[in-house]
Structure formats: C-alpha cells, structure tokens
Write a protein that binds this ligand. Structure first.
Ligand code: SF4
Length: 358
C-alpha cells in the first residue's frame, strides 16, 4: 500500500506541469466538433458519446445527433426509438436512453436548462462523477478535475505509482488531478489532460520523446502496466429472410426484449441454431468484438421457412434507416447490400466492440 502523499506533485511541479501541458495543447489539440463551443448541452452529449468509445467513431454520430436534436428540448420531445436509431451502431445503448430520460427530466424540472455545477449535475439520471465534472468544468468553468482512464494513466506514470486500482490509488490520482486544475480555464486543462493520455501517454507504448511533461515524469515509459485480460471466443449464426410484398422488399428482424441488460430493445437479425444450417455455406462471415468476447459471426440465407413470433417483424428495406439496430446487425445488412448504401459510411464508423453494459 502506498501512502497517499507518496509521489505527490509539489506546488512547483504543479505550476510547471500546467504550463507545459497547455503550451503543448494549444499546438496539438485535435480539431473536434464539440470543442470551442460554448454550450453545456453539446459538452454533455459529446461526453456521453465518448464514454468507452473511440473519438473517431463518435465524430460523425455527434454531428448527426446534434443536427437532429440541437437542444435539450428537441431531445426531450423526441421519441425514444428515434433517439436509439440515431445512436444505432455506437453501442452501449443505455447511454442513449439515459440521455433522453435526463433531457425529459430537465424539461420537466429545470425548464430545459442544465444545472451549472457538478453537485447538481450529479443528481441527473445517467450523469456520473466523470460526466458531471466534464460538463461543469468545460461548460461552466468550475474548478473540478475530470478523471478518466487517460488522466489516471498520465498521473500514475508522472508520479511513478503502479497501476494498482485500489481505493487508495484512486484517491491519490483524484487528489493529484484536482491539485493540477487551474482556476482559469479549468475545462481547457481537463481536455488537455485527456488529450495527452489519448495521444501521447498511450496505454501500450507511450510517446515519451514527444511528451510535454517528460522532464516532470518519474517513469518516462518504464511504467508497470497490468496485463490485458484475455478475449473469449464464441460463434453465432444469424439468418436473413427476405420477402416481396406490395412491391417492396421486406427483411425479417428481431427486437431484443427491453428487459435484456445487453442491448435491450435494440433490433437485430434472427438468431439461428448452427445445427439447422449444417452443410450450408454462409453468405457472410465476419468477426465482431464486444468488450472481452470475439464473436465469429456467420450469416445464412436459410432454405427453411422463416420463423414467426411476437419479437419478429418484417420491415421494408427502404425504412431500415429508422430502425434502432445493434452495430452488428447494421454491419451485416450493409455488407449484404440490404441496407441503403447511403448508410454504408455510417455503419463503417461504428464501434463494433462496444455493446456490453448496455
Ligand atoms: S514521459 Fe512518457 S510515461 Fe511520462 S507522462 Fe509523458 S508519455 Fe507518459
């Protein structure tokens, strides 16, 4: 166990760290659509989308989402299925539901305005410690640290502590992160910390030679890193049934029960038992990673009758852009050219890995 004060930054190092970090950030900050916008709502949406999701995968979703739901009120008035459809492919759909729920709550209880401090923001549905600090500091200038995995990694390495993930370790990181936040422009500082972790002090091979705080860092790349957990493998099979009715092509889809923890309420293709398609060649094979599991996905056009059931629905292929698909279902439909090609780019940018915890 470590004493909470061990490796702590001195006031002098804090000043140097802040200065060097901001000099670097002014030059190297990525130009992202949610930056330099004075709107707590924009910060909120971007921070929720960025949870567990790569920046590159978020950019286009964010732009489209803000076009469709430009204000808290617009989001609150939207139907849940439209919000989920706009989120479709981004993964962790619970985030979209909570965002929508919180927008409705804000309209009902706060005249559609986000509270201006972390403590009050924390009381909103779906807003945790990280998100409330991000909105409060970036959107309202509150001097509060945002601690995500990137910030934690930077601080552990700079101070020379191992990645121990204990409550003492977390308290240490939090105290150091808070000590570093300046009174002026705390949101810029927080974004710079996260950017440093994302772009320079990366998990596997940090770019120490390019690091603005190299002189202040104890480990300089010689850090202790926890080994990555092993991925499991699983094979799944889906069926694609198409039919023509009233001069339109329909595809059979399955709505997952709303009560399911994983992607509840989202729409996918019907699962089929692999024994039923023994000896048949799949029309598509792909790998789909979801957190700790690699799915080896096989898609068939079965030659037996389409199943029926309350959870199964035939949907016109021209209406698929309004369906709240799982990322995998969308990927399959686009690859098989069942979904309109205008949605191809949207499906390409999806975060296939990110569904667990929804
Ligand atoms: S010097 Fe290396 S390990 Fe230290 S903070 Fe910079 S990138 Fe990370």
């Amino acid at each position: 166990m470590f004493d909470i004060s061990s490796g702590a930054l001195t006031p002098e190092r804090v000043q140097q760290f802040r200065r060097k970090l901001m000099q670097w950030y002014r030059v190297h900050a990525r130009d992202l659509p949610w930056r330099n916008i004075d709107s707590p709502y924009h910060t909120w949406v971007s921070e929720i989308m960025l949870q567990q999701t790569r920046v590159n995968a978020v950019v286009d979703y964010y732009r489209r989402f803000m076009e469709q739901f430009p204000t808290v009120i617009a989001l609150a008035l939207a139907k849940e299925e439209d919000v989920l459809a706009a989120w479709s492919g981004l993964g962790y759909y619970r985030r979209a539901r909570m965002l929508h729920h919180a927008a409705k709550f804000l309209v009902a209880e706060h005249e559609g305005v986000l509270p201006n401090n972390a403590e009050a923001l924390r009381k909103l549905p779906g807003i945790g410690e990280y998100t409330c600090a991000a909105i409060a500091s970036i959107g309202f200038g509150e001097r509060i640290a945002v601690v995500d995995g990137n910030v934690e990694r930077v601080l552990l390495r700079v101070t020379g502590r191992p990645e121990d993930n204990t409550s003492t370790g977390r308290a240490f990181v939090r105290s150091q992160a808070q000590a570093l936040v300046p009174a002026r422009h705390p949101g810029d500082h927080n974004q710079a910390m996260m950017e440093l972790g994302a772009m320079v002090c990366t998990p596997r091979e940090p770019h120490c030679k390019e690091c603005p705080v190299f002189d202040l860092c104890i480990t300089r790349g010689e850090h202790m890193t926890n080994p990555r957990p092993r991925m499991r493998s699983q094979t799944v099979a889906y069926g694609v049934w198409l039919r023509n009715k009233e001069n339109a092509t329909h595809v059979l889809l399955r709505k997952r029960p709303v009560t399911e923890t994983l992607m509840g309420g989202m729409v996918e293709l019907p699962l089929i038992e692999p024994e039923k398609v023994l000896g048949t060649e799949p029309v598509l094979r792909l790998r789909h990673a979801i957190t700790r599991t690699n799915y080896y996905v096989e898609v068939y056009k079965p030659n037996f009758r389409a199943p029926s059931g309350k959870d199964l629905i035939w949907v016109r292929t021209t209406s698929l852009d309004r369906v709240a698909f799982t990322g995998l279902a969308k990927k399959i439909l686009v690859r098989l050219d069942i979904m309109r090609s205008s949605l191809r780019d949207r499906a390409k940018g999806t975060t296939d890995e990110l569904e667990a915890g929804s």
